[in-house]
Design a protein around this ligand. Structure first.
Ligand code: CA
Ligand code: CA
Ligand code: CA
Length: 313
């Protein structure tokens, strides 16, 4: 079923390119694409698994996990060198790391590390999620409900030395390490609803950047230069993608579409944002300029089984 989805789409794209070239218009001028980048994402056939596709949506996607548990494998995160992907695994109740060719799946033993470093009696059924690499590739920040409350932790990329950065009974999740390595953006409900927070990478100076008591704000994503954050919010009545400066100023709705827009991911040059939307009925991936202009659909699905798209760094 999946092959046909992409092959039908490929025919359409090839026709569009032929038409554009025939009209004498430069394709490069439309998108200024960093050549050859990939997109990792989760796709649910029977179970969620991690796939990699070309950023133009052409070609056959590569399946790199083979999970057969209920929630499967989701939330892929590229290592800074683009050679590995960390992801959230239900099978292993934690964070796994895999080579991007689909070999060498390694379960990062965050569970054992947490047992050792947090010194909480072992219990069954906790989850860890939402991995994000430090820019030097040596550490991973992630969320876990290990302590009984969702908190943010860092660990070495081999799963050792987990350190808890938040400590409160409220929900803390979706951490993302800043490009300069000094900060972590994350989501917290400590003020009564979901807000984007920022803190130093050692957990100090936790600050609410969004302050919207009547709306949910989530999924912070750093621009590659570290000056801005993309995030999602329902403050305007439905889920939209916003950008703001890293100090919380200039919060701007860049999607402005009545349907569901989510999961922003910056291109490596910071000029474009990849995202998920169901604005045309089915859930598809789109690429727009980082000011929200010129959204272009890159997949053509007949389902809503695609999620968590992330651009190769
Ligand atoms: Ca918490
Ligand atoms: Ca809020
Ligand atoms: Ca929307």
């Amino acid at each position: 079923m999946r092959k046909s989805i992409f092959s039908v789409h490929a025919v359409g794209i090839v026709l569009i390119i032929l038409i554009i070239v025939g009209a004498g218009i430069s394709c490069a001028g439309m998108t200024s694409s960093p050549a050859g980048k990939k997109i990792a994402y989760a796709y649910k056939d029977k179970y969620n698994n991690i796939y990699i596709m070309d950023e133009d949506g052409l070609g056959q996607p590569l399946q790199i996990t083979k999970d057969d548990t209920h929630l499967g494998s989701t939330e892929p995160a590229w290592s800074p060198d683009g050679k590995k992907i960390a992801f959230t695994s239900e099978r292993y109740e934690g964070i796994c790391v895999i080579d991007t060719d689909g070999t060498n799946e390694k379960v990062r033993i965050c569970a054992k590390a947490l047992y050792a470093s947090v010194k909480i009696p072992s219990r069954i059924g906790f989850s860890s999620a939402s991995p994000s690499w430090s820019p030097d590739g040596k550490k991973i920040v992630f969320s876990s409900e290990f302590s009984g409350s969702w908190e943010i932790y860092t660990m070495n990329a081999d799963g050792t030395e987990a350190i808890r950065l938040t400590d409160n009974s409220a929900y803390d999740d979706y951490p993302r390490w800043s490009p300069d390595g000094n900060k972590v953006a994350f989501v917290s409900e400590r003020d009564g609803n979901r807000e984007i927070y920022i803190m130093n990478a050692d957990g100090t100076s936790q600050v609410n950047l969004t302050n919207t008591p009547n709306a949910k704000d989530s999924l912070p994503r750093w621009s590659p230069d570290g000056k801005m954050l993309a995030f999602v919010s329902d403050r305007d009545g439905n889920w939209e993608i916003y950008t703001m400066n890293a100090d919380g100023s200039k919060q701007t709705n860049i999607t402005n579409n009545p349907q569901w827009d989510s999961s922003p991911s910056w291109s490596s040059d910071g000029k474009r944002v990849l995202f998920y939307s169901n604005r045309e009925g089915d859930g598809d991936f789109y690429i727009m300029n980082s000011n929200g202009s010129k959204p272009i659909k890159i997949t053509s699905t007949s389902s809503s089984n695609y999620r968590d798209p992330v651009w190769q760094p």
